[in-house]
Design a protein around this ligand. Structure first.
Ligand code: COA
Length: 332
């Protein structure tokens, strides 16, 4: 593809709610320890919403944070794509709620459901619209309120998840070589049973029975998800590098979905990436599902690890199973 039709990320905004749930708090709620969580997962604390706050509220705050760092007229937004698996409600879409709350008049949008790959899939969808040449400003948002479907008596799940959101602005690339270079993605539905929320959809609509059977909570076979994630993140990152005739040594910054510190470092090891090129903030936020990648971009910028001209590798694996990787040349 000619550079002229590429898309690039021109702004990043993030938001996490103020309430913090620490490992010490969890030690009082379930049979766990700070040492176990830090060693097996790498999380110290996560942020949770107060009752009455939905994914659209976090998304709106993330867009406001983006605007604060990169002011522009929101009325110019052509498209809003939201990755989420915890929408405020089944419908209308989170994109509609965000559009209304921000008062953007002449736009359209939709939600993407891809679990922890939600932001990456939303990003890749948005990129295609910019590459078409007809879209000049696309807002891509990842927002999840995982606390809304977490059973805080299930120690294997409640330690992992947090709430948070991030937003990026996509615009046409203007210089040679910059912007989104390539992406790969794959879904493997055989993995659905290992990570899902079985209740509340058309198959098992809400009833006393679904509530009694805890079907509105995250059901996770952590061991199987972990094994798949380690294998698949390596496979997707190696695939995208190989097809662009690159190796891990060419990568300046690796931004992975933050599900478990060990999944991220295993992938980095496989690619031969030193830790200073790997963005890790799971200790502060936990797994915020579609929020992790923009939150990690913000961390990378704040820590000076993401600079103009850097080759950036992004990767995610999530419920579905879904997986993907994106390669881009950062130009802010
Ligand atoms: N505190 C203490 N012990 C815990 C625990 C906790 N919070 N959660 C589970 N355990 C126990 C288990 O009960 C088990 O005990 P047992 O051996 O007596 O049966 C033991 O720890 C080991 O369990 P296992 O499931 O093998 O642990 P693990 O090292 O795989 O870690 C996860 C569990 C969930 C943290 C890990 O599997 C994981 O991160 N999976 C991927 C989850 C994920 O990424 N989800 C989102 C997808 S994008």
């Amino acid at each position: 593809m000619s550079t002229a039709s590429r898309a690039k990320i021109t702004a990043v905004g993030t938001y996490v709610p103020p309430r913090v749930l620490t490992n010490a708090d969890l030690e009082k709620m379930v049979d766990t320890t700070d040492a176990w969580i830090m060693e097996r997962v790498g999380i110290r604390e996560r942020h949770l919403v107060e009752t009455g706050v939905g994914a659209s509220d976090l998304a709106v705050e993330a867009v406001k944070s983006l605007l604060a760092s990169h002011p522009f007229d929101l009325q110019e937004v052509d498209l809003i794509v939201v990755g989420t698996v915890t929408p405020d409600m089944m419908y209308p879409s989170t994109a509609c709620l965000v559009q209304h709350k921000l008062g953007i008049k002449n736009t359209w949008g939709f939600d993407v459901s891809a679990g922890c790959s939600g932001f990456l899939y939303a990003l890749n969808a948005g990129v295609k619209f910019v590459e078409s040449g007809k879209y000049k400003k696309v807002l891509v948002i990842g927002s999840d309120v995982n606390s809304s479907m977490t059973d805080y008596t299930d120690r294997a799940v409640c330690i992992i998840f947090g709430d948070g959101a991030g937003a990026v602005l996509l615009e046409p690339a203007t210089s040679d070589g910059e912007g989104i270079i390539d992406h790969v993605a794959q879904i493997e539905g055989m993995g659905g049973e290992f990570l899902c929320m079985p209740g509340g959809g058309s198959l098992n609509p809400a009833s006393h029975q679904t509530v009694d059977q805890k079907m509105h909570y995250i059901h996770q076979d952590g061991r199987n998800v972990f094994k798949y994630a380690v294998k698949k993140m390596a496979e997707m990152t190696e695939r995208i590098l190989k097809r662009n005739k690159l190796t891990g040594h060419d990568v300046d910054c690796f931004i992975a979905h933050q599900a478990n510190r060990r999944i991220i470092t295993a992938t980095a090891d496989r690619l031969g990436l030193p830790l200073e090129k790997v963005i890790i903030n799971i200790d502060r936020y936990g797994n915020t599902t579609a929020g992790t990648i923009p939150l990690a971009m913000r961390t990378a910028l704040d820590e000076g690890k993401l600079k103009e001209g850097n080759l950036v590798l992004i990767a995610a694996v999530g419920a579905g199973f879904t997986s993907g990787a994106t390669l881009l040349r950062w130009a802010f």
